[in-house]
Design a protein around this ligand. Structure first.
Ligand code: NAP
Length: 325
């Protein structure tokens, strides 16, 4: 039985990936952080799903190298998916040092744990991001110059190059998946898409009549997270390791995503949305639109869900959640 270790298993992507790997018959180990409040809502249903007895959780932290060494040495995984991160761009401006420790140095801690455990056949996936392209105009692919515009983007770029270096220096099967934005009903509530779809549901239910947002002009390439974790898995099943962009190839402004989401419930967004510059970042990323043709050619992966469908499924999930209270 193949054994996978997922850091960030409690997050959006970690929960979908754990589901996928359990379905594929893997033994799945997840790194979880100790928290004074409940932080496992996304993976709780997995205990009762088929294969739930193959799920194992372990306490640890990307900023605590000893916990990572102990975990990797005891689990001895065949595949490691490094999804743990302080993943919020705006927060990274407020906590740059922590973001660098968790996202950049944390990746080195994990790679060193794999190397020192002598796991020469272990396959490693690094959750890289389109934020590494930052100021470089679209379309962006694997050959595009990086120019990050946030501590988050810079930390992820360090982790990206570290992953490439461990592949070249030690022959580790290490890949960097450069993923453009991907969303779902499980997206954290402070990320713009989810903030919008949850706001729409609350407005429709009469709980509020305002939605306050930052930069409406930013262009992003939004896909469906459930499809993107399949791409992560495929990256680790190739004959040789390489880096891949996953994206839909379609750019949409935040304004248009807002409009689509309000249209799902028959409302005019302009009646409800306010702008507040406090939600903007010191350096904005204007446009991210990915070219995933290499992933389509070599992995047979393609984003199926278009942005309108994504807005629809997220709004519907938030309407249902709001109705349940
Ligand atoms: N979603 C996207 O559009 C996107 C695009 C490109 C790249 N990425 C990257 O892909 C990965 C997964 O994204 P996501 O959307 O699933 O993010 P997410 O929902 O924010 O999940 C982040 C996960 O990392 C964990 N974590 C944070 N800091 C940690 C630390 N110091 N030690 C251990 N665990 C820690 C979180 O644990 P808690 O639950 O305890 O907070 C959570 O499980 C992230 O690395 C993100 O940067 C995401």
């Amino acid at each position: 039985m193949r054994r996978a270790l997922i850091t960030g298993i409690t997050g959006q992507d970690g929960s979908y990936l754990a589901e996928l790997l359990l379905e594929k018959g893997y033994e799945v180990h997840g790194l979880v952080r100790r928290s004074s409040s409940f932080n496992r809502g996304r993976i709780d249903p997995l205990w009762f799903a088929p294969g739930g007895d193959r799920l194992h959780l372990h306490y640890g932290d990307m900023t605590d190298g000893v916990s990572l060494v102990n975990l990797v040495h005891s689990v001895r995984p065949d595949e490691v998916y490094n999804l743990a991160a302080q993943s919020h761009v705006k927060v990274s401006f407020e906590m740059p040092e922590y973001t660098a420790s968790a996202d950049a140095v944390g990746t080195i801690r994990l790679l060193e744990a794999i190397r020192t455990a002598g796991l020469t056949d272990c396959r490693f996936y690094q959750a890289s991001t389109s934020e590494m392209f930052g100021a470089t105009p679209p379309p962006q692919d694997e050959r595009t110059t990086f120019h990050p515009r946030s501590p988050y983007g810079a930390a992820k770029l360090f982790a990206h190059w570290t992953t490439v270096n461990y592949r070249e220096a030690y022959g580790l099967y290490a890949v960097s998946g450069i993923l453009f934005n991907h969303e779902s009903p499980r997206r954290g509530e402070t990320f713009v898409t989810r903030k919008v779809t949850r706001g729409v549901a609350h407005i429709k239910a009469g709980l509020t009549d305002r939605l306050v947002l930052g930069n409406l002009d930013a262009v992003r390439d939004w896909g469906y997270a459930k499809e993107y974790v399949e791409g992560m898995w495929r990256m680790l099943q190739q004959d040789s390791p390489d880096d891949y962009v996953l994206a839909t190839g379609v750019g949409t402004t935040v304004r248009d995503f807002v409009r689509m989401s309000f249209e799902c419930v028959g409302l005019d967004w302009e009646q409800y949305v306010d702008h507040d510059s406090r939600y903007e970042r010191p350096t904005e990323v204007d446009a991210l639109i990915g070219d995933a043709s290499k992933a389509e050619r070599e992995l047979g992966w393609r984003a199926e869900t278009k942005v309108e469908g994504l807005a629809q499924l997220m709004v519907e999930a938030d309407l249902a959640a709001t109705a349940q209270g």
